[in-house]
Design a protein around this ligand. Structure first.
Ligand code: PRP
Length: 179
């Protein structure tokens, strides 16, 4: 499906159904890897992962705690500023917790590298990374333990991901023309 939206051409890449199925698989796999009794602290990285994290939380059975961390490196631009800024810090310690960091997308890998380094310094029992999308580039030093889908060069929006703060509310994920 392809349709114009606010003058921007969009092409749906991942339907609601395809995302739902993949999120369910990820939830089962994560629970199987951690063991049925272990509490998982699901760490939602704002803003982009708020929808993915909400669905993933419900796809993981057993004990799950939820925490939030706000970071920004893109602002309203389509290219990374190269600088990661914490906009909302954790409100509970993660020391001794099994933390699952939930990201919507790993693009240049700058954000995830910064997050892993700073979260490991807070001494979690374990730290795993789950990203709905990954754009594999040679620059990436940190790879996600769980990846929903691999992406190409497209700039994607929807299901939490934005273009200048817009389109996060689309229930599917679409490529958008950015010129
Ligand atoms: C996006 C996304 C990741 C990061 C990935 O956040 O949510 O956190 O960029 O890009 P990178 O791998 O090149 O660092 P953004 O700065 O757009 O903030 P947002 O989540 O509030 O949209």
């Amino acid at each position: 499906m392809s349709h114009p939206s606010d003058g921007k051409r969009m092409t749906v890449l991942f339907s609601e159904e395809r995302i739902r199925e993949r999120v369910a698989e990820l939830g089962r796999q994560i629970r199987a890897d951690l063991g049925s009794d272990e509490e998982i602290t699901l760490l939602c990285i704002l803003k982009g992962s708020f929808i993915f994290a909400a669905d993933l939380a419900r796809a993981i059975s057993g004990p799950v705690a939820v925490e939030f961390l706000g970071v920004q490196s893109y602002g309203d631009a389509t290219q990374s500023s190269g600088h990661v800024q914490i906009t909302h810090d954790l409100t509970n310690p993660i020391e001794g917790k099994h933390v699952l960091l939930v990201e919507d997308i790993i693009d240049t890998g700058l954000t995830i590298a910064y997050l892993v380094q700073s979260l490991l310094a807070r001494s979690p029992a374990s730290l795993r990374v789950c990203a709905l999308f990954e754009k594999p580039t040679e620059e990436q030093k940190v790879r996600a333990d769980y990846v929903g889908f691999q992406l190409g060069d497209e700039f994607v929006v929807g299901y939490g991901l934005d273009w200048a703060q817009r389109f996060r509310n689309l229930p599917y994920v679409a490529a958008i023309e950015t010129d």
